[in-house]
Write a protein of this length. Sequence first.
Length: 207
Amino acid sequence: MARQRKEKPAKSIPLKQPDRSAPSEATLLDFAKGKNLFEQAEERQRELNRKDDDAVLPPGAERFLEAALWTATLAMIHFTFEVLVQSQYGMDMDWPAVFGRTARAWVFFFFIFYVLHPHDANPILVPGVPRKYQHAIRQTIFFIMSITSGPYLIHISNRYGYLAVMKRAPPLGCLWLWSIVELDLLWGVVSLSFAVSWAWKKGYAFA
């Protein structure tokens, strides 16, 4: 038969204060201080921060690369529009002419993008005007660009001959698309609504 262990009453257990004296042996914290590990870690972090700062492109170079990437995309869209327009009219594809017009369009897009697109290296578009108004000025320019290029593209597509359409439609389509992308959401919706309303009033078909 198993014997039951008799528990001691709580009053019989002696009470004692915990040992608050400093440890008699060196701790890990003392070891780290002795080896200057904290100073080494801080120095290593400073070196990494300096390398990160050196790896960052200057604002001017970053602005140039951003303009090149954006306008390269616009140039590809222009090339696609060129091919689609010529295919629509059943024209034989003149590839040297298509590439030449696309290259000239890329140069034009790069120039206006570099000037108009907002960037930290280019916060001021109109000198002498406070910085808080610069965004509104840019939005006004893009809005005017969108409500002129879009309806004009619709107009020439419905009223002009195929030679005029092939020449003007690709750059107008790229300008319209880019201006809509640059606009704030509200103004972009207003611009598209204006183009649709204008086309409907003129009796133009989108199909």
